[in-house]
Design a protein around this ligand. Structure first.
Ligand code: XMP
Length: 513
């Protein structure tokens, strides 16, 4: 994209739908930049951003109830194409004079959708053939607004409608989920057929733009980054070292709760780059701080506090570094825009530094990207696959995978068990999305050689998930489980029992603590 032309933008207006990020991601996957904004953004504000299209997300409310989320009615008069999805369809129809009503039992799951003829611009690919789509609604559009026509149906409702002349389109189902056949094509038709997109969003452009922006922002000054070795902070370090080589100082606080050899691997990768890499070996002090702590939230809090203390002390030793860099990514920003969820666990990230640290400015060069985009960017920046494709690893590390009190001895057992599990599953055909070992606080009787043992039980956790918000336990073949179990009990003298966690989330969480 050239500098003189404004990049194309699609706005995703949020009405509380759980799939808003999937929508924004689907649009970006089709080379059009998208941003998620609050549903009630004014038409004037939208006009100022001059998007090429607007997408209204789904949401849990009913448009006819008082207090339900509303959009500015004037957005439908801007001449900008709009696609309403689920609640977004209800909103479009309700605001424009149609009628929305509770539709009996509703539809949930994959439902057959039959396009009407003549075919809508959105459904050309289907050639009029029925297709399966994910539905999740009770309300239905019971009367279309004036000027609209029904473009697809299910057995119980209008599955899609449009006013093509005004470029207003709506679907009752969710094209953004993989449970809808041809969902990607629907977005493609909307973006390229209706909005007239050229498709100017490229990750390579993102690198160039950010490099220019970082250079402008920090000028000749040094930048300090808290590097955890996780995907986000690693990619952030790579991008910064390319933008301002030799001005970046990476502080890696090694709390001693990393997996086998992980600290050394991180050091090996980053000490080769054009940056100053400092590894602070703080193992002793973290262990001391956790002495006597057994309750999960207490451990998480103590580790978070200790991390900040070490970071402050070490950055003070480095003298005045005006800029702080953080690996904040787009979902972090979207989520911090307002969440009503209960706190299940206090997540600790190295990005969670206190606001009173004295820096002139903060640079967050990944704040426009989704996680999978960050991974692609990491590959383009030459980071090794083991870092780029790293599974999520909690900030407090193995300390929250040891149930109860943490000691070096327990850490050593868990590191070995975890390494064995990873060796066995890393190359597996249907590799789970996340897998790790947990050292439980249960001891059980066993027999090794002719000796009776009474030793801790290792639990294996492996899950299948897309977003880590919910998950199913992974159906690992029994043969693999058997091999993992016999290796763990055979190679670790103090372990004589291994169990497999077969719980989904909810009700369990991914981590045990
Ligand atoms: P839960 O256990 O909440 O985990 O179901 C969901 C995902 O988040 C990861 N996780 C963390 N990540 N800091 C992080 O950066 C944390 O404190 C933390 N705790 C859990 C977990 O591994 C899973 O992928």
């Amino acid at each position: 994209m050239s500098d003189s032309r404004k990049p194309e933008l699609v706005l995703v207006l949020d009405f509380g739908g759980q799939y808003k990020e999937l929508i924004a991601r689907a649009v970006r996957g089709l080379s059009v930049y998208s941003e998620i904004r609050p549903g009630n953004m004014s038409a004037d504000e939208i006009k100022r951003l001059s998007p090429i299209g607007i997408i209204l997300t789904g949401g849990p409310s009913s448009v006819y109830l008082p207090g339900s989320p509303m959009c500015d009615p004037a957005i439908f008069e801007l001449g900008i194409p709009v696609l309403g999805i689920c609640y977004g369809m209800h909103l479009m129809c309700h605001v424009l004079g149609g009628e929305v009503a509770a539709g009996g039992a509703g539809e949930y799951g994959r439902v057959t959708v039959t396009p009407e003829s003549p075919a809508s611009a959105l459904f050309h690919e289907t050639r009029g053939k029925p297709f399966a789509a994910l539905m999740s609604h009770r309300d239905v559009v019971s009367r279309l607004p004036f000027g609209f026509r029904r473009t697809a149906s299910t057995a119980v409702c209008a599955a899609a409608c449009e006013n093509a002349e005004k470029k207003l389109y709506a679907v009752q189902f969710h094209p953004e989920t993989k449970h809808t056949d041809g969902g990607r094509e629907i977005f493609q038709r909307f973006l390229y057929g209706v909005c007239g997109a050229a498709g100017d969003y490229r990750l390579d452009d993102y690198i160039d733009t950010q490099i220019r922006f970082i250079r402008q922002t920090v000028s000749e000054n040094n930048v300090l980054l808290a590097l955890s070795g996780g995907v986000d902070s690693s990619v952030c370090a790579s991008l910064l070292s390319r933008a301002v080589p030799n001005q970046l100082v990476c502080l890696f606080v090694d709390h001693g709760f990393m997996r086998l050899n992980e600290g050394d691997e991180i050091e090996r990768v980053f000490s080769k780059r054009k940056l100053r890499f400092i590894r602070v070996n703080a193992k002793e002090r973290f262990l001391k701080r956790l002495d006597g702590a057994a309750e999960p939230e207490t451990k998480r809090k103590l580790i978070g506090e200790e991390f900040v203390r070490v970071f402050e002390e070490e950055s003070a030793k480095l003298g005045d570094i005006p800029f702080l860099a953080q690996g904040t990514i787009y979902p972090d920003i979207v989520e911090s825009g307002g969440s009503y969820g209960a706190t299940i666990k206090s997540h600790h990230n190295v990005g969670g530094l206190p606001k009173n640290l004295k820096f002139t400015g903060v640079v967050e060069p990944l704040s426009g990207l989704f996680k999978d985009e960050v991974r692609v960017l990491g590959g383009k920046l030459g980071l090794p696959a083991f870092l780029v494709n790293r599974q999520p690893f909690p900030g407090p590390g193995l300390a929250i995978r040891i149930v109860g009190g943490v000691t070096e001895e327990k850490l050593s057992v868990l590191r070995k068990a975890d390494a064995i599990l990873r060796e066995e599953l890393d190359g597996a055909r249907n590799r789970p999305d996340q897998y790790f070992a947990v050292l439980t606080d249960t001891r059980s009787v066993g027999v090794k050689g002719d000796e009776r043992t009474y030793s801790p039980v290792i639990a294996i956790r492996a899950v299948i998930t897309g977003d880590f918000m919910t998950c199913d336990y992974a159906p690992i073949p029994h043969k693999t489980l058997g091999r993992v179990s016999s290796r763990i009990t055979g190679e670790i003298p103090s372990v004589s029992r291994v169990v497999y966690d077969i719980t989904s989330k909810p009700p369990a969480t991914v981590e045990w603590e």
